[in-house]
Design a protein around this ligand. Structure first.
Ligand code: ADP
Ligand code: MG
Length: 247
């Protein structure tokens, strides 16, 4: 965890409903710069919805989300701008199928950020080489394995120079032999001090990458703990039950 407790993201009393069904209830969270927060919890407990709220993909019904003090709960928020600072990678790498790898990556930097082409290309190539895929830059998504596509999706998000990265079960659709190559990229980001919120069902990874674990159940945060503590002695019975199933 970063020494300075500079808070990048602050969530207070977040409420989210679909119709009259409440799926997030009084969520509270503070994320400091450089901190890696791992969210665990059973299927349907609200993990994806929570990340989607943080990225402006779901309107919220109550509470506050602040990024560097700016309240993102209002109507006047320019999410296109905010998403340049809070990047997100999904379970199903949503690469554009008709575009090459490099064009997928450069789309945001050139069209949204209006950056210099040469400079953006240089960064894209550096990131591609970091994930071992520079030689695939002219390939189309259909020519790549799932693990390669997911590493490209991560590079695409990183090329916008976000300050925070959100990962929603990014290895859940992958064949087992490809999970490691994607997790290793995220571990590398953690070592470089990237601020991240990671939803995963990979328990070993959660333990090694997380500065802290948040355990959610039925739309609420049940428990927040250091990984060592959470995995050896969770405070709640629900978390223990969850671990019994997943470990
Ligand atoms: P998780 O990611 O933890 O599996 P989700 O955030 O996907 O959980 O879902 C939380 C709850 O919200 C679930 O009960 C799910 O069925 C419901 N839900 C998610 N998205 C929608 C939606 N677009 N419309 C209605 N209900 C939804
Ligand atoms: Mg989910």
């Amino acid at each position: 965890m970063a020494d300075s407790r500079e808070i990048l993201l602050e969530v207070k009393g977040l409420e989210k409903s679909f119709g009259d069904r409440k799926v997030l209830n009084n969520i509270e969270l503070q994320v400091a710069k450089g901190e890696v927060t791992v969210i665990l919890g059973p299927s349907g407990c609200g993990k994806s919805t929570f990340l989607r709220c943080l990225n402006g993909l779901e309107p919220i019904q109550g509470g506050e989300i602040r990024y560097r003090g700016q309240n993102l709960a209002g109507n006047a928020v320019d999410w296109r701008e905010v998403r340049q600072h809070i990047g997100m990678v999904f379970q199903n790498y949503e690469l554009f199928p008709h575009m090459t790898v490099i064009d997928n990556i450069l789309l945001g930097p050139l069209k949204v950020q209006k950056r210099d082409g040469k400079e953006a290309l240089k960064q894209a190539e550096e990131l591609l080489s970091r994930v071992g895929l520079l030689d695939r830059k002219d390939a189309y998504p259909r020519q790549l394995s799932g693990g390669q596509k997911q590493r490209i999706a991560i590079v695409r998000a990183l090329c916008m120079n976000p300050e925070i990265m959100l990962f929603d079960e990014v290895t859940a659709s992958l064949d087992p032999e490809m999970v490691r190559e994607v997790l290793d990229v995220i571990l590398g980001l953690a070592q470089q001090g990237m601020t991240m919120i990671i939803v995963t069902h990979e328990m070993g990874f959660a333990k090694s990458v997380g500065d802290r674990i948040i355990f959610m159940d039925q739309g609420k945060i049940c428990e927040t703990a250091a990984p060592q503590q959470f995995f050896t002695k969770p405070a709640t019975e629900r978390a223990q039950h969850f671990l019994d199933i997943f470990q």
